[in-house]
Design a protein around this ligand. Structure first.
Ligand code: KG4
Ligand code: ZN
Length: 349
């Protein structure tokens, strides 16, 4: 690829329940990132309450952008483009971020670049703290991407295997037929009385438990690159009902560990199979569930492929990933007009 132009991108992300902004230089060096989480507000509903989320974004978006620019020691005039998540996500939440981005683009004359949230998750894997700023300033940047690569995207709303052939070029090999991996974590956590969000709660409980205590089903869906987690969730529910019926105390930690190991095993093995089949030079794992310790350890323990998993703070939703993907769109000439709308069901293509 021809040398890419230097550029600083401000990005905004409001697809779900985090109001986030970040500035990235040249697609990878993070200058500042702010994430205002609404987790505590939604925890009392046991999940994200869409109308509450959009109204909270309205309250947070201006301070979050201002704080990000201050932290980066930059003014709007120092930027080259405004990137923003267009979808997929909650329409009412996406609208707040998109309107903020449009206002900034209109006021500054900077180009506006709409980014797919899933594409953002993929690009989070190559982000590092700039040598001047951030908690990890001076860290070694992860190596440049090696194409073709296989990307496993595991979040609360999506579970997909993608073949990435070059920057911004993806082929979806398969996806979940029912629940996303993160959704399965959240639902099973609720079944086990572990609260919201379920992923970290299951992870913590699982650390005290025995992964082989229960032999839960693995849906291999052979001959496809698809996934399915609803059967596993039902199997956990059946086991919980059986134990409750017998008046036995729930072995929550063993149930959590056995559930988690079933999810991790299928995600790892199917990703490895796809990587062999498509001659991948590396594996990328991203999205909220890539924060899971057992999943990270399982991928890092295999020796067959180099694996790139974002650092923990970039696994769950953030704007650094949108700025990173937005930079490559900017550098390759993508521009959006001020008339663009949100795309709540946008697929990666
Ligand atoms: O990417 P993300 O922040 O939002 C979406 O785009 O969906 O992912 C959120 C999902 C939730 O389902 C949450 O339970 C899950 O990621 N998650 C985890 C962990 N941390 C977050 N799942 C398993 N283990 C974790 N440590
Ligand atoms: Zn996400």
């Amino acid at each position: 690829m021809a040398a890419l132009p230097p550029a600083r991108i401000l990005a905004i992300e409001t697809s779900c329940d985090e109001t986030a902004a970040a500035v990235i230089e040249n697609g990878r060096a993070l200058l500042a990132s702010t994430v205002a989480s609404q987790m505590d507000i939604h925890a009392r509903y046991g999940g994200v309450f869409p109308e509450v989320a959009s109204r909270q974004h309205i309250l947070s978006i201006v301070p979050v952008v201002e704080q990000t620019l201050t932290q980066a020691h930059l003014a709007l005039g120092d930027l080259d483009a405004i990137a923003v998540t267009r979808g997929p996500g909650l329409a009412g939440s996406l609208v707040v971020g998109l309107n903020m981005a449009k206002g900034l683009a209109l006021g500054t004359g900077l180009p506006l670049i709409g980014v797919n949230h899933l594409e953002g998750h993929m690009y989070s894997a190559w982000v590092y703290d700039s040598p001047q700023q951030g908690d990890n300033a001076g860290e070694n940047p992860p190596p440049e991407p090696q194409f073709p690569l296989i990307a496993l995207l595991v979040s609360g709303g999506h579970t997909e295997l993608n073949l990435m052939e070059s920057h911004l070029k993806y082929k979806r090999l398969g996806a979940t037929l029912d629940d996303a991996a993160g959704e399965a974590f959240d639902k099973v956590a609720r079944l086990l009385g572990l609260g919201y969000p379920g992923g970290p709660a299951i992870q913590n409980a699982a650390e005290e438990g025995v992964p082989k205590a229960f032999n839960f089903p693995r849906a291999w869906l052979e001959g496809t690159w698809n996934f399915s987690f609803s059967g596993l969730k039902t199997a956990v529910l059946r086991e919980v009902k059986r134990l409750n019926g017998e008046g036995k105390p729930l072995p929550v930690v063993d149930l959590a560990a056995s559930f988690q190991s079933a999810v991790v095993e299928v995600l790892l093995q199917k990703t490895l199979m796809a990587s062999r089949e498509f001659g991948a030079k590396e594996i990328l794992v991203a999205g909220g569930v890539s924060a899971n310790r057992a999943l990270r350890e399982a991928f890092r323990a295999q020796q067959e492929f180099p694996v790139n998993i974002p650092r923990l703070s970039l696994c769950t939703d953030n704007a650094a990933m949108i700025a990173a993907a937005g930079y490559f769109r900017y550098a390759l000439g993508h521009r959006d007009g001020l008339e663009i709308d949100v795309l709540p069901t946008w697929t990666l293509s």
